[in-house]
Design a binder for this molecule. Sequence first.
Ligand code: GDP
Ligand code: CA
Length: 315
Amino acid sequence: MSGHVLALSGGVGGAKLAAGLGAVLAPGRLTVAVNTGDDFEHLGLTICPDIDSVLYTMSGRNDRQRGWGLADETWRTMEQLRSLGEEDWFNLGDRDMATHIARSWRLRQGASLSDVTAHLARAMGIGHAVFPMSDDPVRTQVCTPGGWTDFQRWFVGEQCGPAVTAVRFAGTPGAAMAQGFAEALARPDLAAIVICPSNPYLSVDPVLAVDGVRAALGLRQVPCIAVSPLIGGRALKGPLSKLFSERGLAGTNLDIAAHYGALIDHIVIDRTDAKDADALRTGGLAVTLSETLMKSAEDQARLARAVLAAVGVEC
Ligand code: GDP
Ligand code: CA
């Protein structure tokens, strides 16, 4: 089957699969709806870390060594800001700063985040649609022993140190799907929904918390396939494994599947986690084993092809 593909993505992990899907699908066949729960205002700028990860990775501009931000980056503005006594807990590269300035300026002129994101995607030469999950502000907050904290303060400022006892998405309910996201979900030629290998609690749950998303996924007429962010039973990077243990969970693919429940029909897991396959199948899911580590553009495209083949979508 040909048709359109809708991918739900967070930042770095999700962006790599979104880039692979973008590379193997003809222009215009993919819509990526991106988490905006991590967005925040900093030094007068509106920063959307996950949208930027998706834009930079889909346009091949991301820094693979550092794992975030733009390649060929310099940091002189940050040094100067530091010398002026401004906050330096959130690192901003010189070239990355241009994205934040352009976004903030356009938002201030009255454009929506959807418009600004579409503009940035076009300017970066991306031939697919990238939308924020919502144009309404949603802000992820984590509850730690010190109380509720804004996501970036915990994630970057405190390097995910304090234990998390709860997560909330301020602004939900009440945040509407971005129009482009809602339209992609309703397309008559929609062929599959892909949940990228992003952190389920911090990157995918905020997307699912947007008004109408869970209901629309529940009524889907097409397969929904998730790619696990676990490799060898652990998150490659970031706080996912820590969040699992703080919830008293073993943190295997069974926990990922249980978390998504009836929202998914199919899961792609890494070959190193083949031992999970039988139990996942017993739970009613279709399971595909693949190499899910994406170190290169070829890896991204290979995994994207495996995902599409698993749900019978031609590329
Ligand atoms: P963030 O918003 O930048 O924190 O990124 P995401 O939530 O999109 O992705 C974080 C998750 O991506 C982590 O749990 C990682 O385990 C996972 N991840 C990162 N790179 C890869 C990869 O190459 N393959 C797979 N399967 N998962 C990955
Ligand atoms: Ca993120």
